[in-house]
Design a protein around this ligand. Structure first.
Ligand SMILES: [Zn+2]
Length: 68
């Protein structure tokens, strides 16, 4: 059965296509990316702040003193 990829409109098949209804992993990721962007808009600040904290707060590991 032939279908068209909803992202790039290339004809693809449903048969042995693991990325269906998309033609390839790339188009599937593009579609997922769209949803991810929507989610970012909805749950706005928390995620961004979390990312910033992870990148900026670099806590050096405590120097290990050997117990001997
Ligand atoms: Zn495609």
């Amino acid at each position: 059965m032939d279908i068209k990829c909803p992202i790039c409109r290339k004809p693809t098949t449903l048969g042995e296509n693991r990325w269906r209804p998309f033609c390839s992993e790339r188009c599937k990721l593009i579609d997922l990316g769209k949803w991810a962007t929507e989610e970012y808009k909805i749950s706005s600040q928390t995620q961004e702040e979390g990312n910033l904290l992870e990148e900026e707060t670099i806590i050096p590991p405590p120097t290990k003193t050997s117990p001997r």
